[in-house]
Ligand binder design. Structure first.
Ligand SMILES: Cc1cc2nc3c(=O)[nH]c(=O)nc-3n(C[C@H](O)[C@H](O)[C@H](O)COP(=O)(O)O)c2cc1C
Length: 188
């Protein structure tokens, strides 16, 4: 199994990115291959349909998404929506990269919940013909997941993340099985 993860915050020590890093440890512990694209590190040029060449960093992202069995996307909540960085990255993609793939969405908001950004993100995924994972992850109050010494601030939140990731992996597995050639039962 191969999962592509895109961290949509253009901020050092972003909460949404730290959630993805935590999820990455869960996936790697299960020997799941991960491509991690951190948009605070990978500076994608502003997407233009007129561009003749694909920027190498954008090309890496597109290939990672295309090869992946599922995607995990994270965004900070900005003005009730997703970050400009993530929207710009998603504009590089089309249905041929995303269609039929499970997508887990994650947001971090300054308020109690980042539902608005998640709804917008899920609408984009629908337009790319991706399949939404049953649960989403919203981290409120902008708190980092862990203290400086690495201790979880709120074990309940980690538990909820674990559960959402579990359902996502299960969905990727189920859909992966569906793409296997079906055995034809021959009548004797
Ligand atoms: C430009 C901007 C707009 C924001 N808009 C919202 C908002 O609409 N709702 C909200 O709850 N928090 C808002 N915030 C706060 C961020 O969502 C919050 O700091 C979040 O934790 C940032 O996520 P990150 O640490 O992953 O970058 C905004 C912050 C910025 C910089």
């Amino acid at each position: 199994m191969h999962i592509a993860m895109i961290a949509g915050s253009n901020r050092q020590n972003a909460t949404s990115t730290s959630v993805l890093r935590y999820i990455e440890t869960i996936l790697k512990a299960r020997n799941i291959q991960v491509s991690f694209i951190d948009l605070a590190v990978v500076r994608l040029p502003l997407f233009s349909p007129d561009a003749e060449d694909v920027h190498p960093e954008a090309d890496f992202m597109i290939r990672s998404v295309k090869q992946a069995d599922g995607l995990i996307l994270a965004t900070p909540e900005y003005h009730g929506s997703i970050s400009g960085s993530l929207k710009n990255a998603l504009d590089y993609l089309d249905n041929s990269h995303v269609a039929g793939k499970p997508v887990l969405t994650v947001s971090s908001a300054g308020g109690r919940l980042g539902v608005s950004s998640l709804v917008h993100l899920q609408s984009i995924i629908r337009n790319l013909h991706g399949i939404l994972s049953p649960e989403w992850i919203s981290i409120g109050d902008g708190h980092p997941l862990f203290d400086r010494d690495g201790a979880p601030r709120d074990p309940e939140i980690l538990q909820r993340i674990d559960q959402a990731v579990e359902q996502f992996i299960e969905l990727v597995r189920k859909l992966g099985n569906d793409t296997q050639p079906r055995k034809v039962m021959m009548e004797s």
